[in-house]
Structures are given as structure tokens and as C-alpha cells.
Design a protein. Structure first.
Length: 247
């Protein structure tokens, strides 16, 4: 029995260590700089992007965060939300291709936001909010390359692009997906419209089937009433005939 118990203990220890390793790996893998929400509609207006920056170091604090906004597909009307303990510096750049809007042609856009002066301690994270006036409508996603500087001088570069079908890189850049936008009259996206049309077709077929069933049921009911009336008439006629000779 003692040998059996020792074997069970060793097995339990190995399982516990394996579980701890998996959880630790999952924790490290998920501790990336990310942008929230994960998606917006193309050309969306008056929204907010939140850049979540977790601290991955045990013995150092995050003291500087630099987020680079794409200028080939610029985000217009960027405003930075005041952050307690942090000072934000906004850098703008000339656009290679100006963007025409209802309010005029835009030739400059924010290309970098740098937060300094604060501190993100070990085991903590910070959310940095950025408001925008309008997102581009000519691309499917936006990558926001980010540099994270620690108090010990170490710099983590979250700049690697994620390619469809490949494994996630070690230091992926935060990516915002841009989905098909709604039409001006509020119609759903093409995919949603197709789904709606399919649903409508099913509903129409079901209604037609139900109507046909109702008509059949009514027809059978009327036929039953006619048969019943004829039966009553035949019965009454038989009774009258049976009484006539006696009379």
C-alpha cells in the first residue's frame, strides 16, 4: 500500500507541476499590449480606442508607452483622455495622401502618442483611452505598433505583424479589425442581408406550408359536416319509413 501511495503522490506532483506550467505559459502569452474593442465598422465615427498595457516584469515597472498610429490609413480627429499620473505627448505628421471629408481636406493626422511620468507596477496594467473622430474605410485592419519601456531600461517592441494561418508572433502589435460598414439608410452589411433574406425565405415557405395545411384542414372539416348531415338525414328517413306501415 505504501508503494502505491508513493506512486500516486508522484503522479499528483507531476500533474500539478504540468498544470502550473500551462497556466504560467498562458499568463505570459496573454500579457500583450492590446486594443479594445477588437473591431469597429469601417468609417466609424466618434468612438474610443483603449490600449491596455500590462506589466510583464517582476522587478521593473513600465514607465513609458509609445503608440504609433498608421498614416497610410490615418485615424482622424484623435484626442487623448487625461490619465492620472501620466503626461501625454501627441505627434502629428503630414499625410502622403490627403483625406477628403465633409468638413474639408485633411493633410495632417496624429502619428504617435507617448505617455510618460506614470508607473505600471508588476502584476498591474493600465488602460490608455484615445478618442477618434473617424476611422478609415479603405482597409480591413489597423495595426498600432507600440513600444513599452521599463524602469530598468528594457524596451519591449510590440511591432510584429500577425499573418493569417501562422502562429501568433512573440511580440504582436495591437490590431483593430475593421468590419463592413452599414449603408447610409441603415441597412445591414451584405452578409447580414443575405442571412436576413434566407430567414425571410424560410419564413415565407413556412407560412405557405401553414396556409396550405389550414386550407386542407378546413376542407376536411366541411366534408365531415356534409357527411354528418347526410347521415342524420338518412337516419331520419329510415325512422319515418319504419313508422309508416305501422300507422
Amino acid at each position: 500500500m505504501s508503494a502505491h501511495r508513493a506512486t500516486l503522490r508522484r503522479a499528483g506532483t507531476v500533474a500539478a507541476l504540468a498544470t502550473a506550467g500551462v497556466l504560467a505559459a498562458a499568463g505570459v502569452a496573454s500579457a500583450h499590449v492590446t486594443v479594445h474593442p477588437e473591431s469597429y465598422a469601417k468609417g466609424a465615427t466618434d468612438g474610443v480606442l483603449t490600449f491596455r498595457v500590462p506589466n510583464e516584469e517582476d522587478k521593473a515597472s513600465t514607465t513609458k508607452v509609445q503608440v504609433y498610429l498608421p498614416t497610410d490609413h490615418p485615424v482622424l480627429g484623435v484626442l487623448v483622455t487625461p490619465q492620472n499620473g501620466w503626461t501625454a505627448k501627441v505627434t502629428t505628421s503630414k499625410l502622403k495622401t490627403p483625406v477628403k471629408t465633409d468638413d474639408g481636406t485633411i493633410t495632417d493626422a496624429v502619428s504617435q502618442i507617448t505617455w510618460t511620468g506614470g508607473k505600471i507596477a508588476a502584476g498591474q496594467y493600465e488602460d490608455f483611452n484615445v478618442a477618434f473622430g473617424q476611422l478609415p474605410d479603405d482597409t480591413d485592419q489597423l495595426a498600432f505598433k507600440t513600444l513599452q519601456t521599463y524602469s530598468d531600461g528594457d524596451v519591449v517592441r510590440w511591432i510584429e505583424q500577425t499573418t493569417a494561418g501562422d502562429d501568433e508572433p512573440e511580440n504582436p502589435a495591437p490590431v483593430l479589425k475593421l468590419t463592413a460598414k452599414e449603408s447610409e439608410d441603415g441597412d445591414a452589411t451584405p452578409a447580414a442581408s443575405a442571412s436576413t433574406a434566407a430567414t425571410a425565405t424560410k419564413t415565407t415557405s413556412a407560412s405557405a406550408s401553414s396556409s396550405s395545411s389550414d386550407s386542407t384542414a378546413r376542407g376536411l372539416g366541411i366534408a365531415g359536416l356534409i357527411v354528418g348531415v347526410l347521415g342524420l338525414a338518412a337516419g331520419a328517413f329510415a325512422i319515418v319509413r319504419s313508422r309508416t306501415p305501422r300507422s
